[in-house]
Design a binder for this molecule. Sequence first.
Ligand code: SAH
Length: 220
Amino acid sequence: MRGATQSAEFRLPRRRLAERLAQAGVRDGRVLAAVEAVPRHRLVPAELRTRAYQDASLPIGDGQTISAPSMVAVMSQALELSGNETVLEVGTGSGYQAAILAQLAARVISIERLPGLAARARRSLDGMGITNVVVHLGDGTQGRPADAPFDAIAVTAGGPQVPEPLLDQLGPEGRLVGPFGARGAQELLRYRRSATGALRCESLGSCRFVDLIGTHGFDR
Ligand code: SAH
């Protein structure tokens, strides 16, 4: 794993999880290697550790969840990362998606609105020796103009529609994936900016995420 020796604990369950995701249709070998490398058991509450390598979302406190590995894999694959990118993540949560993206891109800038989760994720990422992720506290629906443009953006909470500032901060040929639609029932959308600046959008299927709350999200 980038910046850390691979955790020996739960190595077999982690490999099995990567194999199951491959069988379920995840094609990007770098994404599968990242799933096999990142110790998800260190990002879930201690009493749920034995379930860390099931393909399920799990509660992480503050009413939030760590996304299911298959969803993290599908979103990561949809960003089509090759290793040189600067990626923005909205919704750090446990830090799992950020840790996966850290294996796939050069730099990850992740924003979390809840102070407790942001602090814990930062500690977890440090503990794993991941040095190419920066966690910021704030409203991610406004993006991070200071660090824009981004090659790729992952929104990991469900909003009514894609936040305009994020599209504005997406660079040429950039990709944005995120769940948008009604509360509790969204569609996973991928936006792609062409070299000339035009935007295309496609649906990758239905999904269910916790709420994206902010200026360009839900009110509360
Ligand atoms: N990527 C996370 C998923 C966490 S769930 C993981 O892998 O664990 C979504 C997270 O988005 C929650 O922690 C929630 O607090 C956060 N969130 C919701 N609205 C936000 C906003 N406007 N800006 C930043 N984070 C937000």
